[in-house]
Design a protein. Sequence first.
Length: 94
Amino acid sequence: MNSTAAERKSLRAKAHHLDPVVRVGQSGLTDGVVEEVKRALWDHELIKIKVSVGDRETRRDTIAKLCDHSGAECVQTIGNVAVLYLPRPAETEH
């Protein structure tokens, strides 16, 4: 999923007031964290996560793996906070 620059800008503006809903701690990326991120994305579509693991490269890798597992797109990262976006699938009409 690739958003345009304008879409990412709009998503960053919407996420500005959000608080992190999921925190990745020193235990790293566990199955429970992945499931919680998936649930939060389903409920909210746009979430902030706080990644408190290791150095910058480790945080970047953890966020990339989390995006791969959840199907989300990383809209923005600032320090140890990332904004993820996954639009809900459109409901089909019968």
